[in-house]
Design a protein around this ligand. Structure first.
Ligand SMILES: Cc1cc2nc3c(=O)[nH]c(=O)nc-3n(C[C@H](O)[C@H](O)[C@H](O)COP(=O)(O)O)c2cc1C
Length: 357
């Protein structure tokens, strides 16, 4: 069934974006209890970790929940490039007392390659399952759909949206260039149209008969309204929730967000091997001049970066962690999720009442 906020029981057509490492059962449940769709970013874990998060959320809400996964392709190893990258980061690791690894491993197993993941979802039955970086094979899609689970996936262009539609998705997350975190682009080495969110929403809504969910740089009720006016069925906001007390953002991340200014974010790929929008940090400055072709394939680069993060953290150095944020990070506010949803609902109702008068 096409993605439908009312059919899911939402009183506000808003999705709290899945954010691996940042979303928590408390955040997703607070959002769902307030009438929007709470999401869990489960792309970084295994079947049992995903099940635990889903059960912990279910214990806090009867509302709908979106479980999000990564469907990336396996990394392409390139010995010369990978060795050169390790050598490039070795002095940074050494500064924090850590040895450079001999090679990089793949920290994330894609959804489609995790035995038992689909079966776990058929048991736990989240209302929505969403995919980033691609789609699972047709038999997995069919199994989830036949259980009545609504499926959505990210696209950064009309051709990608078409692939998602043909792959059986019930809605498309139109992820604009402004979006925080990883860009869902299918081929990180191919051309990138860098479409802003509202342009992309309008293009996909015109090209395809599927509901479109706007994502990227949306921070408040006026932005949500603009997305709906551009043709979106719902809006997905990530950065707007990063400072909520229910999110898992750590103190350094929160402090950096609180200091963000317009222009404080960078689209870069040195952290993980895929383009992703982050706050400017000591690491993004260190790698600013790097040719994207020199960065190991996703998620290999993430492996050595995570080692650097841990080493730096043990020396109280805060500039070497992933601080994902959308281009409007400077507009994030530190309030409980329920307060954000209530404020957006009231503001949108006011606009609708004004239009009806
Ligand atoms: C901290 C952070 C982590 C993210 N992790 C994920 C993820 O695990 N899965 C996913 O589909 N999208 C992820 N995203 C992207 C969001 O789904 C969404 O596209 C983005 O937050 C929208 O832009 P905004 O941050 O400006 O609202 C992440 C975004 C942020 C900010």
């Amino acid at each position: 069934m096409p993605f439908d906020p009312s059919a899911l029981g939402l009183s506000l057509p808003v999705i709290q974006a899945p954010m691996a490492g940042v979303t928590t059962p408390e955040l997703a449940a607070a959002v769902s209890n307030a009438g929007a769709l709470g999401s869990l970013g489960l792309g970084g874990g295994d079947v049992e970790a995903a099940r635990r998060q889903l059960r912990a959320t279910r214990a806090l809400t009867d509302g709908p929940v979106n479980a999000n996964f990564f469907c990336h392709q396996p990394p392409r190893r390139d010995v010369a490039r990978d060795t050169a990258w390790i050598a490039r980061l070795a002095p940074l690791l050494a500064r924090f007392g850590a040895a450079a690894p001999e090679q990089m491993a793949s920290p994330y197993i894609p959804f489609q390659d995790q035995p038992g993941m689909v079966e776990m979802l058929l048991e736990e039955r989240p209302a929505v399952v969403s995919f980033h970086f691609g789609l699972p094979p047709a038999d997995q899609v069919a199994a989830l759909k036949s259980a009545g689970i609504t499926l959505i996936a990210s696209a950064t262009s009309v051709p990608e949206a078409r692939i998602m539609a043909e792959g059986g998705m019930d809605g498309i997350v139109a992820q604009g260039w402004e979006a925080g975190g990883h860009r869902g682009i299918l081929d990180p080495d191919g051309p990138d149209p860098r479409k802003p969110c509202l342009t992309l929403v309008a293009e996909i809504a015109q090209a395809l008969p599927l509901p479109v969910i706007a994502a990227g740089g949306l921070m408040d009720a006026a932005d949500i309204r603009a997305a709906l006016d551009a043709g979106a069925t719902a809006a997905q906001l990530g950065t707007a929730f990063l400072l909520c007390p229910e999110s898992a953002s750590d103190a350094a991340y929160r402090a950096a967000l609180a200091q963000a200014r317009p222009g404080s974010t960078r689209m870069q790929r040195a952290i993980s091997g895929r383009p992703a929008r982050s706050l400017e940090t000591a690491f993004t400055r260190f790698t600013a001049g790097v040719d994207p072709a020199d960065v190991p394939s996703y998620p290999l680069a993430y492996d050595i970066f995570k080692q650097l993060t841990a080493a730096a953290k043990s020396h109280d150095a805060t500039g070497y962690a992933a601080q994902w944020a959308g281009s409007n990070a400077h507009r994030a506010t530190a309030r409980p999720a329920a307060q954000l949803i209530a404020e957006w609902s009231a503001a949108l109702e006011q606009v609708e009442a004004g239009q009806g008068a």
